[in-house]
Unconditional design. Structure first.
Length: 248
């Protein structure tokens, strides 16, 4: 099992906080967001990590060298981070995974590491973490599922009234699904030039082509938040991280 962690973005919505520090190194409860992610992977037995950097790459590398020497971390640098979206960083990382099962994580999520455990223990070879029960709008990455919680549609364009819930940005893929997934992502990047879309567009193509299936795992009872704005960062510091750390 290898974990891909995407940490290339500029995080312009958090400026000026991110003018001198990448979002993943912002402090939340005495630890960086990235540090929390890596600690969570370690706690769930995942120590082989591919970390995709871009914005302020040297700063991230220095922090890793100082605080996470016990993990096996391979760096992949997205030189085009300012002009590409997360599908491009994902594509760069996929080329380095070999035939391993993979976890995919965005680096801006503060989450209970038991979410990773829920995916690993779900019995679903390909699955993603979903939260339910809150009002959804146009900006969330939403999923529509069938009666077996197999995902039929994923993306911002899923009508909120038809959505099972919101994808939080943590996914698991088996080695069998990794092959068609890479083929699809490679075609999107190399042949179609789709470097500026979300990676969920590739998930949808896997589903539509029936080369793989993807299931939703409900993790609503486990605390998490994606940090995109100053309000999100405040909520992570005041509400989410204390709830997670209290359970340790």
């Amino acid at each position: 099992m290898k974990a891909i962690v995407l940490a290339a973005g500029v995080a312009s919505r958090l400026r000026p906080l991110t003018d001198t520090i990448p979002k993943c190194l912002l402090d939340v409860g005495g630890r960086t967001i990235l540090g929390r992610t890596l600690d969570g992977l370690r706690a769930q037995g995942v120590t082989d990590v591919i970390l995709v950097t871009g914005y302020r790459d040297a700063q991230i590398r220095a922090d890793i060298a100082e605080h996470h020497e016990d993990l096996h971390i391979a760096f992949v640098h997205n030189r085009d981070f300012a002009a590409t979206n997360n599908i491009y960083s994902f594509w760069l990382a996929l080329k380095e995974t070999g035939d391993d099962d993979i976890l995919l994580l965005d680096s801006d999520i503060v989450f209970d590491d038991r979410i990773i455990g829920a995916l690993l223990q779900s019995g679903r070879p390909n699955c993603l973490a979903v939260t339910t029960g809150k009002a959804l709008g146009e900006e969330e990455i939403k999923v529509r599922v069938d009666g077996n919680r197999e995902i039929l549609q994923i993306g911002k364009d899923v009508p909120p009234a038809e959505a099972f819930g919101e994808s939080i940005g943590i996914e698991k893929f088996s080695r069998d699904c990794r092959r068609p997934l890479f083929s699809i992502v490679d075609e999107m990047i190399v042949r179609e030039g789709m470097v500026n879309v979300f990676y969920e567009a590739a998930f949808q193509r896997v589903i539509d082509s029936k080369t793989g299936s993807l299931a939703a795992v409900d993790v609503t009872e486990l605390a998490c938040i994606e940090v995109d704005t100053v309000d999100d960062l405040t909520a992570a510091r005041v509400r989410v991280a204390p709830a997670i750390d209290k359970k340790r």
